[in-house]
Design a protein around this ligand. Structure first.
Ligand code: SF4
Length: 481
């Protein structure tokens, strides 16, 4: 790479960021902590800011949660200090509340049923109102700045004769996206919100039970997949096995985030019963059918766009070719200590292969474009490597609106498709042609009737009313900062 191109922004920096990964396990005859630990490894892609595990030995809850990757937070001695046969784990990317130690999950809360620990994936959009209401109703005080603290406090203080009643009470009051694992001293409770915005699945392992954000986590720990949780479903898992109840107010409409299909979930996870890898191939095939173009090779931006590019290549009958090599061992750039090494780090992330690219017409496939920083750099890099033409196809519709359900999408002002026409974007990124998948094509590819998924960031239509331009730092009143 020549340095006149400037740094290549890592792909993940121009992508929507997922909120979190959660796992929980009840293993009657064994220690749970290693299951939670290896499950979290498989969910690291959903959040890299902090990691935590809480376990219970039937007597009290033990917790370790701090900033860092799973491999940085847990060592042999920290795992040994987390005894018990029931536990939950969490990896976090902050969507509400700052990226601070005090917001690392699981979070603890106390109430009339004792202590609980909570892991949350999603974003509760009425957390601010609930904080005020709960301060009056329960005398709650809040020390952290995330919506998860509100959820934990609500489950700890809510009235109810059992955890089903508590969960139903909480579902009546919470608005937004929440897949939850809740640890009590002797139970694992799992909850999926009434719209089912974030995924959550159930599996079996060694005579016990596991819940996780994605089936890939079940695979990773050797658990057998049983099923995905229903909208508004609560599971109580304890020595009596699994009990399930669906809240009466749960919607028939399934509003799972369609971005799980496009980008968030691992390609080897099942979503709505289908492998995400295969769904992504169909997304690629659809965008090519809608917007065909002549080219010599199909190139995906590694790694997340590879399945989409494979789908484009099959539909186009043009060879799929690895033309950009991604160095998987380059660390995340923001943890590099200074600007110079940060620039070197990002530059080392992608390398185009001139011998493959020179003189060719390229059909470049990206799964999505948020700000356009990555695709702009990639087009420039491919031209530098001798591409004759660069045609870009995006295997999702233009992102025109921000997300309010647990995904960090940048602001409206930063979303390129909210501020430029497709022709203007093509010119801006210096592509010979640019086309996006239509919303109808997206729904065809995910094999869903209308309203089966949330498509809010593409259409501006959200499954529940939201306040546009929500501030993720809204609670950030700097306690102990
Ligand atoms: S607005 Fe977009 S990113 Fe957010 S939940 Fe809906 S589809 Fe997913």
């Amino acid at each position: 790479m020549i340095d006149t191109q400037g740094p290549i922004i890592p792909k993940s920096d121009d992508k929507p960021h997922e909120a979190c990964g959660i796992i929980g396990a009840y293993l009657p005859d064994e220690s749970v902590v290693r299951t939670a630990f290896f499950g979290l490894f498989a969910l690291q892609h959903r959040g890299q800011e902090s990691a935590g595990i809480a376990t219970s030995d039937g007597d009290r809850i033990h917790l370790k949660a701090q900033m860092g990757l799973v491999s940085q937070v847990f060592r042999e001695e920290t795992l040994a200090a987390l005894p018990g046969h029931v536990g939950i784990g969490h990896t976090r990317y902050s969507t509400m509340g700052g990226s601070k130690d005090y917001n690392a999950q699981p979070l603890l809360a106390d109430g009339q049923r004792g202590s609980i620990a909570v892991g949350h994936n999603g974003n509760v959009i009425n957390a601010r109102e609930l904080r005020i209401e709960m301060a009056e109703e329960f005398g709650s005080s809040f020390e952290k700045t995330s919506d998860t603290e509100v959820i934990a406090e609500l489950f700890a203080k809510a009235p109810g004769a059992d955890w089903f009643e508590v969960s139903a009470y909480a579902m009546r009051r919470l608005k937004g996206a929440y897949s939850l694992t809740i640890l009590t001293k002797d139970k694992l409770v799992a909850v999926r919100d009434p719209l089912g915005i974030r995924p959550l699945c159930l599996g079996t392992l060694n005579g016990g039970w596991v819940v996780a954000s994605e089936t890939a986590a079940l695979d990773n720990i050797g658990a057998d997949f049983v099923r995905e949780l229903e909208n508004g479903e609560t599971l109580i898992i304890d020595e009596n096995g699994v009990e399930s109840r669906i809240w009466s107010g749960a919607r028939d409409t399934h509003a799972m985030c369609v971005f799980e299909q496009i980008y968030f979930a691992r390609p080897d996870s099942l979503l709505n019963g289908e492998l995400a890898y295969e769904t992504r191939q169909r997304l690629g095939a659809e965008v090519y059918r809608e917007h065909p173009v002549d080219a010599d090779i199909v190139v995906g931006i590694p790694d997340s766009s590879t399945p989409h590019a494979v789908g484009v290549a099959a539909a186009a009958k043009i060879p799929y070719t690895e033309a950009i090599i991604r160095n998987r061992y380059v660390g995340r750039t923001f943890i590099q200590p200074d600007q110079r090494s940060r620039a070197q780090g990002v530059q080392a992330k992608f390398n185009p292969m001139r011998g493959v690219i020179e003189g060719k017409r390229l059909l470049v496939v990206d799964d999505s474009i948020v700000r356009s920083t990555t695709i702009t750099r990639v087009v420039k890099m491919l031209r530098w490597a001798g591409a004759k033409e660069v045609h870009v196809r995006v295997a999702s519709p233009p992102i025109k609106s921000t997300c309010h359900f647990g995904v960090d999408m940048a602001t409206m002002g930063e979303l390129i498709a909210a501020n430029k026409t497709i022709e203007e974007i093509a010119e801006f990124i210096d592509a010979d042609s640019l086309a996006y998948l239509s919303v109808q094509g997206l729904l065809r590819a995910v094999r869903a009737p209308e309203n089966a998924y949330c498509t809010g960031c593409f259409t501006g239509d959200y499954p529940i009313p939201v306040q546009l331009e929500m501030n993720k730092m809204g609670f950030e009143v700097a306690p102990a900062d």
